[in-house]
Design a protein around this ligand. Structure first.
Ligand code: BYC
Length: 336
């Protein structure tokens, strides 16, 4: 792989041979060669406008999902059944806020501001993951989210560590490590319930029944309806298609469900010797598109809570900005 300095020169030929206007064809060729060679694109490299726009769309929606995703689980912090469970859950919810911060920072390297992105979320112009529009009805839902939702997130996000855009790929490395702890805490919580009283076992089963299908929808529409997949895969932003990752997730979950002593709510789930994968039943895509359009069980509640939190946090942002300005002013005064 070329050094950062060499890459920068190759990909940012400022002028053509006659010293005229920037040569976009040369830029495009350098960009295509970098993608073909599996090199990383960095913020100061030239990139096609559509590549930049796709990254902003995906990273922003990913960031929004992380911070909206804090809500369903935060709902249980005050009612966690023990101090240990409460401490774990608080740490997990805080991690999600941190993931949002890494991702907004990665998006900002592409020339957008965090304010702009939050405005798009609050006005409904950018999406967040469908999964967070479902309610957390019982304590077992905290376990089901950890096991299934974080499990689906890891399956989707590990390949993003090899995404062609450097800042996104690097943010994903740390996020995946934390998601792995989240997934294990969910599994361990469900295992405790599954091995508990008959009522606890039933509560765990009910949570898995409700979260299974929405978790499969997290991977996005089927490949033949996925508007962006082909281009994003050609640019090596996405490394696998939505259906490939969904299948990988199903194959991982079936033996884990067996170890948990819980069943997955799909009568068509069956090992297919020929394919070397589990077959599974049809997904209700009408439900998916309805949730995305804003008609899921909790869309309104989630957005109202997000806007309220943003408004109530205005004084914190103002205080932080005033403190930063004072700090800069004092530093300059000391320099004389
Ligand atoms: N929900 O062409 P497609 C977490 C949209 S947070 C909503 O396949 P693409 C966690 C899609 O955006 C995990 N919308 O799109 C946090 C597009 O609409 P736009 C979040 C969806 O981008 C807290 C349209 O449908 N993970 O783990 O090629 C607590 C057509 O789709 C969904 C990420 O964000 C959906 N499920 O592929 C616990 C991962 N699926 O943008 C846990 C990063 C699709 O044209 N993102 N859409 O308006 C990705 O990997 C890809 O963006 C996706 C979609 C696979 C999600």
């Amino acid at each position: 792989m070329a050094t950062a300095a060499a890459q920068h020169t190759a990909r940012t030929p400022a002028h053509d041979a006659r010293g005229g206007a920037p040569d976009t064809d040369a830029h495009q060729r350098a960009f295509d060669a970098a993608i073909a060679a599996d090199e990383r694109i960095e913020p100061r490299d030239w990139m096609p406008d559509a590549y930049r726009a796709t990254l902003i769309r995906q990273i922003a929606q990913h960031a929004h999902s992380e911070i909206i995703g804090m809500q369903p689980e935060a709902n249980w912090i005050t009612r966690a059944p023990s101090l240990r469970r409460k401490a774990i859950l608080m740490a997990k919810v805080q991690d999600e806020a941190g993931h949002g911060l890494y991702l907004y920072s990665a998006a900002e390297t592409l020339g957008v501001s965090r304010d702009e992105l939050l405005d798009k979320l609050h006005s409904g112009r950018q999406k967040y993951s469908s999964i967070f529009n479902y309610p957390t009805l019982t304590w077992a839902d905290v376990g089901a989210i950890g096991w299934l939702v974080d499990g689906a997130a890891i399956t989707n996000q590990v390949p993003l560590c090899r995404c062609s855009y450097g800042p996104y790929a690097r943010a994903m490395v740390r996020i995946c490590k934390e998601e792995s702890f989240h997934q294990r805490q969910g599994y361990e919580l469900l295992l405790a319930l599954s091995r508990g009283t008959p009522e606890q076992h039933a509560m765990a089963q009910d949570a898995v029944n409700r979260w299974w299908w929405p978790s499969l929808m997290m991977f996005g529409p089927p490949d033949d309806e996925s508007e962006h997949s082909a281009q994003s895969m050609a640019w090596k932003i996405k490394r696998h298609s939505n259906d490939e990752l969904r299948q990988r997730f199903v194959d991982i979950c079936v033996p884990q469900a067996e170890s948990l002593g819980l069943t997955l709510p799909d009568p068509d789930l069956k090992w297919n010797e020929e394919r070397g994968h589990y077959d599974f039943g049809p997904i209700d895509w009408d439900e998916f598109w309805q949730v995305i359009k804003g008609n899921g069980p909790c869309n309104e509640q989630r957005m109202a809570q997000r806007r309220r939190a943003h408004d109530e946090g205005a004084w914190v942002r103002e205080a932080a900005a005033a403190y930063a300005a004072k700090h800069t002013h004092d530093k300059e005064a000391r320099r004389g």
